[in-house]
Design a protein around this ligand. Structure first.
Ligand SMILES: Nc1ncnc2c1ncn2[C@@H]1O[C@H](COP(=O)(O)OP(=O)(O)O)[C@@H](O)[C@H]1O
Ligand SMILES: [Mg+2]
Length: 245
């Protein structure tokens, strides 16, 4: 229980390896060490099949490594049982995927409330207030009553981003979040992630092959064959719009 008072990384991967043994043995992720600090905006790129999604799912506790460890806020996760992992995911990780996965029969507001209902920490009134606040932050205040089918692709993805933030996660993990969007909608989604980092000190990790998006991140990790080929600062340094804290 000797929790360090030093600044713990938000997410840390130690010697993370994932091997699938089927007809052939496939190494998806090999010996990855990665430290993600609070407020980082990281892009993970690499060729198709290089292990980007596999790594993201391991970091997000959606998958278990063959060996190695993922630490969230300094806490090791590999010994947790499935229920504990699910709970930790719900309270600590926000996910955004290429497809929005919003429930079609629910309004944007209801969709954003779902993770809060599942966690059960906020009263219904607080859930409502938080969901409205998040939709406002994502520029969707006037669309909260609409169902996904009444929204554009970019708006739906912004609802998904609002939902990912519902339980105030340690980190938002996004897998090709602009992969299904046109240029204009992609631009808006990228700007939203940038704003979340600059104005709210959120921690964001994005898998993308969209270089326009990768260049807007502060750190760029490139994977090849399941290993980190390079890890450095992105093109982006500061944004003129950033609000000093
Ligand atoms: N469940 C699985 N079984 C076998 N091979 C898999 C499985 N999931 C992914 N792969 C393979 O592992 C490699 C990495 O996949 P993935 O992480 O999805 O790559 P990326 O997201 O970079 O395109 C690919 O060659 C893929 O075909
Ligand atoms: Mg992928």
């Amino acid at each position: 229980m000797a929790a360090s008072t030093r600044h713990a990384p938000v997410v840390e991967a130690r010697c993370l390896t994932k091997i699938i043994e089927e007809e052939v043995r496939t190494t998806l992720v090999h010996d990855i060490d990665l430290v993600i600090e609070r407020g980082e905006f990281m892009a993970i790129t690499g060729p198709s099949g290089s292990g980007k999604s596999s790594l993201l799912y391991l970091l997000g506790l959606l998958d278990l490594p063959t060996s190695g460890e993922v630490l969230l806020d300094g806490r090791a996760t590999s010994a947790l049982d499935e229920a504990e992992r699910a709970r930790l995911r719900l309270e600590s990780i926000g996910f955004v995927f290429q497809f929005h996965f919003l429930l079609p029969e629910f309004s944007a507001l209801e969709n954003v409330k779902l993770p809060m209902r599942a966690l059960g920490r906020r009263s219904p009134a607080e859930q409502d207030e938080r969901a409205r606040e998040l939709l406002g932050l994502l520029g969707l205040a006037d669309h909260s009553h609409k169902r996904p089918g009444q929204l554009s692709g970019g708006q739906r993805q912004r609802v998904a981003i609002a939902r990912s933030l519902a339980n105030d996660p340690l980190v938002v993990l996004a897998d090709e979040p602009t992969g299904n969007l046109d240029t204009h909608a992609s631009e808006q989604v990228i700007a939203m992630f940038r704003k979340l980092v600059d104005e709210m000190n959120r921690t964001i990790v994005i898998v993308t092959h969209d270089m326009a998006l990768a260049d807007r991140a502060d750190r760029h990790v490139r994977l090849v064959d399941g290993q980190i080929e390079s890890d450095g600062e992105g093109e982006h340094a500061t944004t003129p719009q950033s609000i000093p804290s």
